[in-house]
Design a protein around this ligand. Structure first.
Ligand code: CU
Length: 145
């Protein structure tokens, strides 16, 4: 191998490591985390809101053509919300406006993500994956009081 090739390959590896490290540092600084994948034997088919403890709620979201179930939930201020997300039919998206939450709802799998709400208001949920003719109707709400 030529000396110039070795240099280019080494330089590329260093740039790649710096790039990935930069992304990780910025994501951690912004409080962005990677969603967990829950084992498929815990699959659920009905959407619901449960409470784990005084400050932790668990929302089981089922995405389906063309709605999120539950469509609207209400939680108190300063609550942490564990989102469990699955789909009944095709791949859907799940994005909470004003929050760094952007998940995929995939049939047969469950994605889990924890998010804290420190500001009162209504947070809109939208599907960000084109899933069919009723895609634009796939919305939901998280009301923080
Ligand atoms: Cu959609």
């Amino acid at each position: 191998m030529d000396r110039a090739e070795k240099f280019i390959i080494s330089f590329s590896i260093v740039v790649l490591v710096l790039f990935v490290t930069g992304i990780i540092i910025v994501a951690k600084g912004a409080g962005i985390d990677i969603a967990e994948c829950v084992p498929s034997d815990k699959t659920f088919t009905e959407g619901r809101l449960g409470q784990l403890d005084e400050h932790t709620y668990q929302a089981y979201y089922v995405a389906k053509m063309w709605a999120f179930e539950p469509r609207e939930i209400e939680i108190p201020l300063e609550s942490e919300l564990d989102i469990f997300l699955t789909s009944k039919d095709v791949v859907h998206g799940f994005h909470i406006n004003e929050k760094a939450v952007n998940l995929m709802a995939v049939p047969g799998t469950i994605n889990k993500y924890r998010v804290k709400f420190s500001k009162k208001g209504t947070y809109e949920i939208v599907c960000h994956e084109f899933c069919g003719t009723g895609h634009q109707n796939m919305v939901g709400k998280i009301i923080v009081k």
